[in-house]
Design a protein around this ligand. Structure first.
Ligand code: SF4
Length: 342
């Protein structure tokens, strides 16, 4: 059984402009020792999805279930959720300063984190903090443990946040854009570190990113989100070699280096829709080069392309792989659709 089973998760916010439908019926599983990558442009709902699991979307209207080791996170009291958060589920964010308080020493913060959940002496917790800082690659951890966050470089702060997240051997780590603010070398080191630690602690990992390069490096299973919905779910290899959904294809074609030497990158035209005023039918239709008549009125459900591979698109299920101008079946669908939307 999966460590985390999310079913039909919906999250909306009432605002003065109307109801923001941030997550619209998303389901996924996360297995122990595996990594689920959640990918999509900003505003796709990927962060709201996981923040809701952590109880961090105050004021939201939430529906569905999120069973973690058999207990529904969405119906837990604040006190129950606080006990789970940190101890069994840890979060790593893009900005380390959102987790590290600038006024307290790094080691002290890790010690407090450990002592908030476990009955251990201060010296024992401090020894564990040094061990963790060493594990994530902070040089001279025994002396740097007393540094303040501003005395660490950006990469070291990110590592310190990972050390803090691992302090209680969590079963599930949620990492939201953990490498976005880092340069390429440090990014590669942090990715390597997260993978190594996941294996060492046998944790499950959810990695949230807009960057398919990070997904290619880390994920076992991938969930592609668009306008609050899951539009494609597949294992990493299938997603990269045999994508079905035109949005996934668009993301893949816009990765630097994906086009041939003489070809230009093909960014996805247009912008993600407003979550208050969603387009009718398939929310991706205003940006889709394969749009057909029915896409304007019928919301596509997730359908099985093959075992473990799901796509929410009206195109025939055997049309997998990157579409191109030479792909006549896709082209016909695209031509028919373009006429309709002008
Ligand atoms: Fe949506 Fe239609 Fe494009 Fe599929 S072909 S992504 S259903 S607009």
């Amino acid at each position: 059984m999966a460590l985390l089973q999310v079913r039909d998760l919906t999250v909306s916010f009432r605002t003065s402009d109307g109801l923001v439908q941030a997550v619209r019926g998303v389901s996924f599983d996360v297995q122990k020792g595996r990594t689920l990558g959640i990918v999509g442009e900003s505003g796709s709902g990927k962060t709201v999805c996981t923040q809701t699991l952590l109880g961090l979307t105050r004021g939201a209207e939430v529906g569905g279930t999120a069973e973690f080791d058999g207990q529904d996170l969405l119906t837990m009291t604040s006190a129950q959720l606080r006990r789970v958060r940190g101890a069994r589920i840890a979060a790593i964010f893009q900005d380390p300063l959102s987790s590290l308080h600038p006024l307290y020493r790094v080691g002290w913060q890790i010690v407090e984190m450990i002592r908030a959940h476990e009955r251990v002496s201060k010296p024992a917790a401090r020894a564990r903090a040094i061990e963790l800082l060493d594990l994530v690659g902070i040089p001279q951890a025994a002396s740097r443990v007393d540094d303040y966050p501003h005395e660490f470089s950006g990469g070291m702060r990110q590592r310190a946040m990972i050390a803090m997240a691992l302090a209680l051997n969590p079963e599930l780590i949620i990492a939201d854009e953990p490498t976005t603010a880092l340069d390429a070398t440090v990014q590669a080191q942090v990715i390597d570190l997260l993978q190594r630690l996941r294996d060492e602690f046998d944790s499950a990992l959810i990695i949230i990113t807009h960057d398919l390069g990070v997904i290619a490096d880390m994920a076992d299973q991938v969930l592609v989100m668009y306008a609050g919905k899951a539009v494609e779910i597949a294992d990493r290899r299938t997603l990269f070699y045999l994508p079905h959904h035109p949005y996934t294809q668009g993301l893949l074609e816009s990765i630097p280096g994906s086009a041939g030497v003489n070809e230009k990158l093909r960014p996805i035209p247009g912008q993600p829709p407003s979550l208050i005023n969603l387009p009718s039918g398939c929310a991706f239709h205003p940006r889709c080069r394969f749009v057909m008549d029915r896409c304007l009125t019928e919301i596509p459900e997730l359908r099985t392309v093959e075992r473990g591979h799901l796509s929410a698109c009206h195109l025939p299920l055997d049309l997998t792989g990157l579409g191109s101008a030479d792909d006549s079946a896709r082209q016909q669908a695209a031509d028919a659709g373009r006429e309709k939307i002008g």
